[in-house]
Design a protein around this ligand. Structure first.
Ligand code: DAH
Length: 345
């Protein structure tokens, strides 16, 4: 009997040595330890033995069972370690390899400029308001003191819808009218209005049939041109640096009196003269003035009691100056290959 057990042990050992997969291990395990396995079958021999022999045989049986189970368990652990090692080897990542560059987008410069100015004005107590791009002639021109046939309308030829009374707004100034009318002359006003505007211009490097403006309006008691100057100074320094100076140049807009052009000293050459300031040392960045008494009266405000200033900036112009963009069309193309003249990309 001992001999038989030893042969089985040897056979099991040899078989286990030859295999390398869990499937094969399963088969060997069944062959020896399964219900009809070779070791299990040994126990059927017990019935032919004497009580004395039975005792020894039982011991022997237990021994070989434990031996076989340990051996199979050992082999199983060995195979599992091998599988794990193979997996680790095949899925190895070389963390020293250079990564793939992911191109990150950034906000459109016009949007960035608008958000920057909005934050500045919100901090000065202004509200940000919006107006419609399809506007009444009444608000875009008439109540702004630009009656039909006024020569200043020529510079703001725009697109008309249906009839002469509805148009794509040529400026954000009608939002002044809308805000004043909504307030019915009752309270002071402090607003800015960024938005799209339209003109019948042929597109080129400095013109676009659609562009963006930032309007401002402040109405209160005792407001003077000095308040406008101080406000413009804050804006100019915020946009172009603390060293720039500001000046007013007298101008004409039908809705302001007096009217001024808003100039900043050239941030590029420090007022000496260069191509950006066309050798004048100054750059015009917007228009402004004291709200015309007629406009105040048109909108229910008493020009004897209140006064105010208004201003308008071209957002593209500000962004072109600030970021050195040379062609206004770049802003709308959304094609990175055309952004080569951006300084900050
Ligand atoms: N709306 C003017 C334009 O498009 C710009 C402007 C000038 C706006 C003077 C104003 C202002 O509010 O006071 O040319």
């Amino acid at each position: 009997m001992n001999e038989k057990v030893e042969t089985l042990k040897k056979e099991l050992k040899e078989k286990l040595e030859k295999i390398s997969s869990l499937a094969e291990l399963g088969a060997v395990k069944a062959e020896f330890l399964g219900k009809k396995g070779k070791i299990t079958e040994l126990s059927s021999m017990i019935k032919d033995l004497s009580p004395m022999e039975k005792k020894d045989f039982g011991k022997l049986l237990n021994e070989i069972k434990t031996f076989a189970e340990d051996l199979v368990q050992e082999k199983q652990e060995l195979i599992e370690t091998m599988i794990m090692n193979d997996k680790l080897e095949s899925e190895r990542i070389d963390v020293t390899l250079p990564g793939t560059t992911i191109k990150c987008g950034s906000p459109n410069m016009l949007e960035g400029m608008i958000e920057d100015l909005e934050e500045l004005f919100l901090n000065m107590g202004y509200d940000v308001v919006e107006g419609p791009e399809v506007e009444k002639d009444l608000y875009n021109f008439e109540l702004l003191n630009l009656p039909k046939g006024h020569p200043a309308r020529d510079a703001q030829d725009t697109f008309y819808l249906k009839d002469d009374e509805l148009l794509l707004r040529s400026q954000t100034s009608p939002v002044q009218i809308r805000t004043m009318l909504a307030n019915e002359g009752k309270s002071h006003i402090r607003i800015i209005c960024p938005g799209k505007t339209y003109r019948r211009d042929d597109d080129d490097a400095t013109h676009s049939h659609q562009f963006t403006q930032m309007e401002g309006l402040l109405i209160d008691e005792g407001i003077s041109l000095a308040d406008l100057k101080g406000t413009f100074d804050v804006i100019a320094k915020h946009l172009f640096g603390q060293d720039v100076e500001t000046r007013f140049r007298s101008s004409f807009y039908p809705f302001t009196e007096p009217s001024v052009e808003l100039d900043v000293s050239c941030f590029n050459c420090g007022n000496k003269g260069c191509s950006i300031c066309k050798n004048t040392g100054w750059i015009t960045v917007g228009g402004a003035g004291m709200v015309h008494p007629k406009v105040l009266a048109n909108c229910g405000y008493d020009p004897e009691k209140v006064s105010g200033f208004a201003f308008g900036f071209g957002v593209e112009r500000l962004a072109m100056l600030k970021y050195g963009v040379t062609d206004v069309r770049t802003f709308y193309l959304n094609d990175l290959r055309n952004n080569s003249d951006r300084k900050d990309v």
